[in-house]
Design a protein around this ligand. Sequence first.
Ligand code: FES
Length: 144
Amino acid sequence: MYSDTVMDHFKNPRNVGEIENPDGVGEVGNPVCGDIMKIFLKIENNVVVDAKFKTFGCGAAIASSSMATELVRGKTLEEAWELSNKAVAEALDGLPPIKMHCSVLAEEGIHTAINDYRKKHGLLQWVEKNPHSHDHTEDLTCDH
Ligand code: FES
């Protein structure tokens, strides 16, 4: 059912844990399956210098958090914002269709953490103008 990459990131997740004094924190959950993901970002000079996560959820959600935190490290905030759930799923060599929503949690967690940072720095105006900013709640349908 899962690719080797998903299994690798599930069994040996990268970047698990918390960042002390994070610059941005995003906690998101899927109300249907009850899975919860918390993303911590360290940001310096507009670049994500560290990213960690804590996920209480299914294997695909853990693998998605692991891959998403890997992918945003070293990226500018604008580049990190562009990370889509599809890109996370592709980097994992695919997710079964019924597990795609788990990667949406990762995208949403990164977005929420970036917005937390922007709120703290009075930069949220930029987000509202960003065409990629949208509400994900309708994407979060769970199958069990
Ligand atoms: Fe709900 Fe994976 S996030 S089953």
